[in-house]
Design a protein around this ligand. Structure first.
Ligand code: AMP
Length: 289
């Protein structure tokens, strides 16, 4: 029989002490991919990159309650732990950390990480407290798993920046690696929330990618005015009756401050509601010419 891809030896840690004990035995370097589960090709691209660059790979699956606002979709966030574990076994990873909420946030939990400044705009403006929850859970996960490298997706560009800033400001050890956004063949960014879209909404959701592509086209055609690009993106999205814009931003990719003139690389990012589902996406525009 040929070598099976199935990793029968994949360990599943449900408590923090178990995760730490398994970590102690893993050959280094250890790569780590934190996720909220309902795994898709975007997550798997991070897992494969981690597999290729490290001797051991750890993945966490935890729908983190503290990054959801009271009106948000924590309760209905898609979950399928068994399917996720099967997928991860097929990827040959070493350990999956699957804690319960009480394990991560016992009743007396009282310490939070707040990255100031860049968390006040874009996702932070639309979702107050979101990045406090993200930074806190990622700090906890990095402390528990102690990876040499941790992998995040460019799809959540602001999240990746916030984590890089936290790791840098607090002198945390892991190297942070940010990997490209994985898309469906028609351009829609792969997301766990895409399963919520009905067939008409799935079609309507293409306005995110269409408007980002329009921005790229306008920029490569020589347009330098961020405002003119933004206005054309907004007009395109407003042409889709199922879409409601949360924000459309053209900002400096590091400070996230809005740009007037695109005379350097620019992060074009947007959040759009399609029916009840809120989707985000982004691209980087070239600053040259
Ligand atoms: P989530 O489970 O949505 O919290 O995502 C876990 C990690 O996967 C985060 O670092 C995300 O940025 C990343 N991710 C989610 N969707 C994609 C995608 N389409 N392409 C690349 N990375 C992604």
């Amino acid at each position: 029989m040929g070598q099976s891809l199935l990793n029968e030896g994949m360990k599943v840690a449900r408590t923090i002490p178990t995760m730490k004990e398994i970590r102690g035995e893993l050959p280094e370097p250890v790569g780590f991919v934190p996720t909220m589960g309902y795994l898709h090709e975007g997550h798997l691209s991070l897992v494969r990159r981690a597999r290729g660059e490290n001797r051991s790979v750890a993945v966490s699956i935890f729908v983190n309650p503290t990054q959801f606002g009271p009106q948000e979709d924590f309760e209905t966030y898609p979950r399928d732990a068994e399917r996720d574990l099967t997928l991860l076994r097929q990827e040959g990873i070493d350990v999956v950390f699957v804690p319960e909420a009480e394990e991560m946030y016992p009743a007396d939990f009282n310490s939070w990480i707040v990255v100031e400044g860049m968390t006040e705009m874009l996702e932070g403006a639309s979702r107050p407290g979101h990045f406090r929850g993200v930074a806190t859970v990622v700090a906890k996960l990095l402390n528990i798993v102690q990876p040499n490298r941790a992998y995040f997706g460019r799809k959540d560009a602001q999240q990746a920046l916030v984590i890089e800033k936290m790791v840098n400001d607090l002198n945390m050890s892991p190297e942070i690696i940010v990997a490209p956004t994985v898309r469906e063949p028609d351009g829609l960014a792969v997301s766990s929330r895409n399963v919520r879209l009905d067939p008409e909404e799935r079609q309507a959701a293409l306005v995110l990618w269409k408007s980002l592509s329009l921005a790229q086209q306008l920029r490569s055609g020589g347009e330098r005015s961020a405002d003119r690009i933004r206005q054309q993106m907004i007009a395109l999205i407003e042409g889709e009756p199922r879409a409601r814009i949360d924000y459309v931003s053209i900002a400096d990719p590091e400070s996230l401050r809005e740009l007037d003139e695109i005379d350097r690389p620019a992060l074009v990012s947007l959040a759009v509601r399609i029916g009840k589902t809120r989707l985000i996406d982004n691209v980087i525009l070239d600053g040259a010419s």
